[in-house]
Design a protein around this ligand. Structure first.
Ligand code: 5GP
Length: 186
């Protein structure tokens, strides 16, 4: 491992690139069946879901459109405050559309329950949620997660799109950040 390797900052690898690939392929097949004839809109929640989103949509063999939304939640970087703000809104109307919201991780559930409410208010016909990772033990609000590739324990993870202070998104797998990294910076 070279000096600058991101691996130096990890405690351990939680989910390998191969495991992710298998799970995303499986989910793509399931979504292909379930969204048959619906011409869905896939909405990517930036930036964390970007890697999962682009991999997942290439495993779905259906006509679909894509749109992107960026959300910010205030608060310290390893905890979610529940206060949500739209930083970048959708480019297209979703009135009457069947929507799949694609997220990196569901933690408290506050971000997605807010997004779901906003999309319903705009007249979406149906809204389903696909997440790469689910931390059900941390839920603060009831939220139906339709598709989750992996259920994980309550540890702070990075990689495959997920960041810590904008770093680590380019790791091809999901790893647990060494606590040294965020305690050093507090
Ligand atoms: P929720 O509103 O469900 O609590 O928060 C979801 C958001 O919190 C995610 O989109 C992500 O930005 C952030 N988050 C929650 N847990 C983790 C984690 O373990 N690692 C990273 N990198 N972000 C997380």
């Amino acid at each position: 491992m070279h000096e600058q390797s991101l691996l130096n900052d990890l405690d351990h690898v939680l989910i390998t690139a191969e495991e992710i690939d298998l799970a995303v392929t499986r989910l793509g097949k399931e979504i292909t069946k379930e969204f048959m004839n619906l011409n869905p809109v896939f909405i990517c929640i930036l930036k964390g879901a970007s890697v999962f989103f682009t991999d997942l949509m290439r495993k779905v063999d259906l006509p679909l459109t894509t749109d992107f939304m960026a959300i910010s939640s205030y608060g310290s970087s390893t905890k979610t405050s529940g206060v949500v703000r739209i930083l970048k809104d959708l480019d297209h109307d979703i009135l009457g559309k069947d929507v799949l919201v694609v997220e990196d991780i569901v933690d408290s559930g506050l971000t997605l329950s807010y997004i779901k409410k906003v999309l319903f208010e705009r007249g979406a016909r149906s809204i389903r949620i696909a997440t790469l990772l689910d931390k059900p033990a941390r839920r603060k609000i009831e939220l139906e997660v339709d598709y989750a590739c992996f259920t994980i324990p309550n540890e702070f993870v990075v990689g495959y799109g997920l960041d810590y202070q904008e770093k680590y998104r380019n790791l091809p797998f999901v790893g647990v950040l060494h606590p040294r990294i965020y305690t050093e910076e507090e």
